[in-house]
Design a protein around this ligand. Structure first.
Ligand code: SF4
Ligand code: SF4
Length: 192
């Protein structure tokens, strides 16, 4: 037991909490009273490594690797059920987004790797064209994260293509440079 505690202490990051506080919406984590309403409201709780309430508790205790390496942040479907019910009005979904960005930045994505690849490439598309380009997004996703399943995507891909939902060329937004400036500014503000 003692040995386990020593191992835990060695892996704790006591600056993690301060770091989370500095992220958008992160300061609110301080107000969490561990009531569990978020976990009870979460439709994804059953498949998450740690339900949202526990994630907040782990953040406070300095379990950096446990939090950033968990599937919780990737299995969050951004349904906002937790956020609208939280008695302390904590923007839980926003915190999940901030944790996703931090996990990608630190290369800590494990089980949620596929979601991270999708998320990273979606951002890439928006940066490039000002909007998503589904064909390129799915091609990048399959190559980077799901090559072994490539043929399984074929039937649905063909259906989407024949319905005009997978355009070969992207539709670039006008004034995409202005959008890029905004994205860069947000990245700077979040220290990405
Ligand atoms: S509902 Fe809000 S206060 Fe309650 S555990 Fe979840 S985050 Fe904390
Ligand atoms: S926003 Fe995410 S964490 Fe909150 S209830 Fe929905 S899936 Fe769960």
């Amino acid at each position: 037991m003692l040995e386990k505690e020593v191992v835990y202490e060695a892996t704790l990051d006591h600056d993690f909490l301060d770091e989370i506080y500095s992220l958008p919406g992160g300061k609110e984590v301080k107000r969490c009273i561990q009531c569990g309403t978020c976990s009870g409201s979460c439709p994804q709780g059953a498949v998450m490594d740690h339900a949202p309430r526990k994630i907040f508790s782990l953040i406070r205790a300095g379990f950096r690797n446990e939090v950033l390496g968990s599937n919780t942040i990737w299995f969050c479907s951004s349904c906002y059920s937790c956020a609208v019910r939280c008695p302390k009005e904590i923007k839980i979904t926003d915190v999940m987004y901030a944790l996703k960005r931090l996990a990608i930045k630190e290369g800590k994505v494990t089980e949620g790797r596929k979601s991270a690849v999708l998320s990273r490439n979606f951002i890439k598309m928006v940066n490039k064209y000002g909007r998503n380009h589904e064909t390129e997004l799915m091609t990048r996703y399959i190559i980077e994260a799901d090559l072994l399943n490539a043929f399984n995507f074929a039937p649905v891909g063909l259906k989407l293509f024949s319905n005009g939902r997978l355009p070969i060329l992207p539709h670039k937004m006008k004034n995409v440079d202005q959008l890029r400036k905004i994205i860069r500014k947000v990245d700077e503000m979040e220290g990405i």
